[in-house]
Structure formats: structure tokens, C-alpha cells
Design a protein around this ligand. Sequence first.
Ligand code: G4P
Length: 525
Amino acid sequence: MQITSEIEKRRTFGIISHPDAGKTTLTEKLLLFGGAIQSAGAVKSNKIKMHARSDWMEIEKQRGISVATSVMGFDYDGIKINLLDTPGHQDFAEDTYRTLTAVDSVIMVIDCVKGVEIQTEKLMEVCRMRNTPVICFINKLDREGRDPYELLDEIEEKLSIKVRPLSWPIGMGKGFKGVYSLFDSSLRLFKPSKSKLEEGLHITDLSDSRIDEAVGERDAEQLREDVELIEGVYPEFSVDDYLKGEVAPVFFGSAVNNFGVKELLDCFIRFAPKPRPRETDVRLIEPSEKDFSGFIFKIHANMDPNHRNRIAFVRVCSGKFERGQNYYHVRTDKKIRFSSATMFMAQDKEMVDEAWPGDIVGLYDTGNLKIGDTISQGEKGVFKGIPSFSPEIFKEVINKDAMKTKQLEKGLNQLMEEGVAQLFTYEIGSRKVVGTVGVLQFEVIQYRLKHEYGASCDFVSMNLYKACWIHSKDQKKLKEFVNSKYRHIARDKDGKLVFMAESKSWLTMVQDNFPEIEFHFTSEF
Ligand code: G4P
């Protein structure tokens, strides 16, 4: 059947890292291998730059450009790879969290000098929620970095995942000589190269004297010791454990020098999961089912206020998507026809007629679709696993123009549907609070409200620690809790109850006092 073969050859994944670890560089090298771009620098120019914080308009423009690179599709060795871009800028972390709901696996880039950084830890937590399989790429081996064993221990400790090196570096920094693949017993010698790749030395026996000739006796001896130690200490690599998200294979290399990248890619296409079954609130949907289904994980607004259309990104979960068909929009219980669907291939948008599980389709939308929406061929189940995450910065919205109250509401709602930020409305006094991961979004919201909706607002900082979605098996207890803490109770965009915690210590105290109430930092649990 066509659907089975289409599923077999698809791999949909994302690259995650702390900013500056080398995500953009690695993306670019992978695209070069896939022939999707011809020259280095093509992706780089679309990168949202860290230092652009002061100039957020520039960032928004770049975000506009980055629609094209939101999904990069390329073929490699008969496999169709969909690489979903995740914004590196920390202020857009929520975008990244949501994108991770649409991938089947991730490659995590770690800088060998800096080790595991804070953003890596946060992203790993998101991966853990869905047991997403992770491959680690330890980058920048051409720099004097930390001891590889120490790095592996740090990954295990800080990211709470077992590791299994599948390649091993010979030297580092100035003395970096190459990488030995534990996976297929081959040695590749390091030669800085920005584009092409040279074949490695294939060695089946570590005692082969060609190793000594290639890297020198001392390093060769060290390699033999290291390999013996690794094979002794780490259990054999288990693909099953990797697919369960329990063990992360680790590769070493230097993305900018295109070194170690091919090994990574070869292993990726061999082991990384093909599109997997997905859970709705009704049942488990197999990708091979005949009927199409998918969910929206990202919405991108047009920056031009004269064209208010948006692009909704749909991850196809089952069946075949066909352009021009009527599909069922579960939330509004309506049929919608998508006549112009776009698929993304590297940097070119292409009109598509059909798409398969694992693919991402861009749908033009005039304001009907929301993040988290399910589209199907009639089935009513809603895909799970697209939660909102508690923001970290909270500000109350103050309307500055009483004549434009309606515009403000409409604008805020639409921006929230796009996922620019989250809105919480207090039960008492209907105070509206916007929550974000970064400060940048507040400026973006103000600017867009003014230019796209003609509304103006101010933001007043609020001293809040987290928004906690609350739940209890005992409805009476939940009601009691809400009554006793009514000043701190709000509703999210879907009307779900949220407890707005002012500090960590206070939250702990409240949790102790109300053991029957569950407090969650995500909207789905
Ligand atoms: P990011 O997307 O994770 O934020 O990182 P990005 O790829 O932009 O890489 C961050 C910096 O690290 C870049 O330098 C990049 O060239 C450099 N880099 C990436 N891989 C390697 C590597 O293997 N070795 C070394 N030594 N550096 C690497 P930059 O100075 O910020 O940018 P550029 O001027 O070099 O483009």
C-alpha cells in the first residue's frame, strides 16, 4: 500500500540547543547533505539574532522570513526528512515547545566547551513529557572543550537520560585528530572543511597499525583504552531504549567543519522513528489509517496588516491529506475546505496536492484556526499533547483607549490564538493578564495591536511565579479551593481554571494545605 511505504520513508524531527551551540550551523550542513541548499550561509541569514533584542521589529521581520524555513524538507538516501525549525531565541521558547509536539524525534546540540546549558535542560523537560527519542551531538570539538567523559556524565545528570556514545573523539581543540565511529568501526580524520566530505578509513580491528600511522602512537593508544572503557562501562546500544526515550546515543563532531555530521545523519535515518501513532482524547490513531487527521501546532500571521491571512501549520498524523478536500474542524464542528495548501521544501514554498503522515502542511487561514485544533475526516477526537506551558513573565493589560475596547479584545484574542503569548482572565474583576516566556513579546503585542487593530494598551508588571492549571478528582474540594483562593484564580484561553501563584514558597505552602488539589505547570496532564 502506498501509505505504508510513504510512512516508512518519513522522518520528522527538530534540532534543539541552547543558543549558540550550533543548531543553525548543523541545520545548514544537514541541508547541504540533502542537496536542499547549495551553499553554506543560506540558513544562517534567516537566523534570529540574539543581539537584536533591542530591535524587535527586525526580529519580527526575520520571523516573517523564517516562515520559509519553518519546515525544511529534504531527501537523503531514499528517506524523506522533515526538519522542523525551532526558534533559537529564548524569548520564543514557547514556539519551540509547541513545535516539539509535532516532531517524532530530536537532535540535541551541545557545545563541548559549555556543556549542558539552561535552555537545553528546559527543552529536554519538554521532550521527556512525550518520551521523544533524543540523539545528542556534542559540537565544536575543534575547540578546547571539556573532557568527553565529564560531558557524558553531565548529560546524564542534568538531563536525566542515559547516554550511549556511538562515536568517540580523538583529541580536542588544536589536537583534535578525528572521530572513531563505535557504530561501524571506522575512523575519520579531521580536516577542516566547509563543504565536502572525505571518506573515512574503514577499520575492523582496533589494533590495526594504520590507526597509529594516522593519528600517532600516543593518541592511538588512548583511543584503544577509551574504546575498551566505553564498551565496558556502557551497555550495548539498544534501539528500543532509544525509541522509548530512555537512552540517547551520542555523537561528537564539529558542525562548522562539517565533521561528524554524516555519521550523525546516517545513524539518524537508520534509527530515528518514522511517524508514530498519536493519542486523541478518544483513541490511539495509527498513521496508516485511511482517513486523514492532523493537528495545528503553529500559526504564523502575515506581517502586512492589509493581508490579515495567516498560515496554520498542520502536522499530518494519519491518512492522506488532499488539497481541495472538505475536512472536519473538530472544535467548531464545521467542514472547512483548504484550497491552497503549501508544503515546505527547504526554502521554497510549494503548492501541494497531497501529504502523508509526518508531513507538515501550511494552510491559509482567515482566523478560524487555533493552535491545538484537530482536523479530520469526520472523527471527533482531539489530539492530545499540545499543551500550553506556564509562562514566566506576567503583566496586566491596561486599556489606554476606552473607545477601542472591542478592537483590543479582538486583537488580544487573535494574537493569543497565534500563540504570541497567553492570556489569563481573573475570575474577580475580569482583569486580563498576559503571560510570556520572554520580554520581547510585550513589545510585539503592543505594536501589533496598534498597527493591526488600532488598539492601544499598557502593561503593568505583576509579581507572579507561575500559572498552575488546577484539577481535582473531588469536585467539591476543587470548588472549596477556588472559593478560598478566589483572588488568585483565573481562566486560560480555553476557560480552564488556573491558580496564579505568587512565589515558589507560597505555592509549596498552598500545595501542602490542599493535598487533594493537583497543580500543573502545563495545561494538559
Ligand atoms: P545556534 O543556531 O545554536 O544559535 O548556533 P549557530 O549555528 O549560529 O552557531 C553559533 C556560533 O558557533 C557561530 O559562530 C558558529 O559559526 C559557531 N560554530 C558552530 N559550529 C561550530 C564548530 O563546530 N566549531 C566552532 N569553533 N564554532 C562553531 P558566530 O561567530 O556566532 O557566527 P559566524 O560569524 O561564525 O557565522
